[in-house]
Ligand binder design. Structure first.
Ligand SMILES: Nc1ncnc2c1ncn2[C@@H]1O[C@H](COP(=O)(O)OP(=O)(O)OP(=O)(O)O)[C@@H](O)[C@H]1O
Length: 235
C-alpha cells in the first residue's frame, strides 16, 4: 500500500480564527478516503490547506513523500492534484467543450484520446458538448466539475461534497460515476451524505472541531453505530 498523500498535524488560521487544530490523515493510492464530520468541522478547510488556498501555520503535507505545504496552489495542482470545490466552479457562459479545452490546454498531444475516455465515463456531457454550462442541471454541472478534474490524469482528486443539493436519484448517478473512477485514481472525498460515504469509502477520518478524532476502515464505521451517533449525529 502506497501512501500518496499524508498530512501531519495541520493547523490553519482563517483571519483570527484557529480553524484547523491538528488534522492528520493519509490517502492510500487507489483508495477512496472519506473525510467526515459535522458542518463547520473543518473538512473544506483541510482540502483548501492541502492546496495552499488556506496555507497552514503549522504542520506538514506530503505528496509522494515530498513536503508540499509551502508550495503555491498552481504548483500543487501541477503535481497532479485535482480539486472539485463544493460550489463546482462552473462558468455558466462557457460551453462544455470550452470547459474541457481550458482544462486540457497545453497538456500535450494525448488530449483528444483523454477527452474521449472522459466522455465515455460522463456520457451525458457528450449530449451537451456545445451547450453553455448554465443550462445543465445540478447533477450535470457536478459531473462536468468532476470530469474537468478527471481529464488531466491527476493522480489524486479531492472532491468536496459532490452530493450537495442534488436529488437522491441524481446522487445515485454521481455515486455510480465515482465508483467507476475508483481504483483508477485516488480520491479524497468530503461528504455529508453518509450513505454515499459508506458506499464509496475504503477508509474514513472524522474531523471534529478542527481535529482528526477517529479513523479506520469504512467497514468499521459501518459496524459502530455509536461512533456515528457521537461524531456525526446520525445512527
Ligand atoms: N472565510 C472564512 N471566514 C471565517 N470563518 C470561516 C471561513 N471559512 C470557513 N470558516 C469557518 O471555519 C470552520 C470550518 O469550515 P469548513 O468549511 O472547513 O467546514 P466543513 O467541515 O467543510 O463544513 P461544511 O460541511 O459546513 O462546509 C467553520 O466554523 C466556518 O464557519
Amino acid at each position: 500500500m502506497e501512501v500518496l498523500l499524508k498530512t501531519e498535524n495541520l493547523e490553519t488560521f482563517i483571519g483570527q480564527y484557529h480553524i484547523l487544530q491538528g488534522v492528520t490523515f493519509e490517502a492510500i493510492r487507489g483508495e477512496v478516503t472519506v473525510l467526515l464530520g459535522r458542518n463547520g468541522a473543518g473538512k473544506t478547510t483541510t482540502l483548501r490547506t492541502i492546496l495552499g488556498l488556506s496555507p497552514p501555520s503549522r504542520g506538514k503535507v506530503f505528496f509522494k513523500q515530498k513536503e508540499i505545504q509551502e508550495l503555491p496552489t498552481y504548483k500543487t495542482a501541477n503535481l497532479g492534484i485535482g480539486y472539485v470545490p463544493e460550489d463546482q466552479g462552473i462558468f455558466p457562459y462557457l460551453t462544455v467543450e470550452e470547459h474541457f479545452k481550458i482544462a486540457t490546454k497545453g497538456k500535450g498531444d494525448k488530449v483528444n484520446e483523454r477527452i474521449e475516455t472522459t466522455l465515455a465515463l460522463f456520457p451525458d456531457l457528450k449530449q451537451f458538448w456545445r451547450k453553455q454550462a448554465g443550462v445543465l442541471s445540478g447533477g450535470q454541472k457536478q459531473m462536468l466539475a468532476i470530469a474537468r478534474a478527471y481529464i488531466n490524469y491527476n493522480e489524486l482528486l479531492m472532491i468536496d461534497e459532490p452530493s450537495k443539493g442534488l436529488a437522491p436519484i441524481v446522487v445515485e448517478k454521481v455515486m455510480e460515476t465515482l465508483e467507476r473512477m475508483k481504483g483508477e485514481t485516488t480520491i479524497i472525498l468530503v461528504e455529508q451524505n453518509y450513505l454515499m460515504a459508506e458506499y464509496l469509502g475504503d477508509r474514513f477520518y472524522i474531523i471534529d472541531d478542527g481535529k482528526t478524532v477517529l479513523s479506520g476502515e469504512m467497514k468499521e464505521l459501518k459496524e459502530h453505530e455509536e461512533w456515528r451517533k457521537k461524531y456525526l449525529g446520525i445512527s
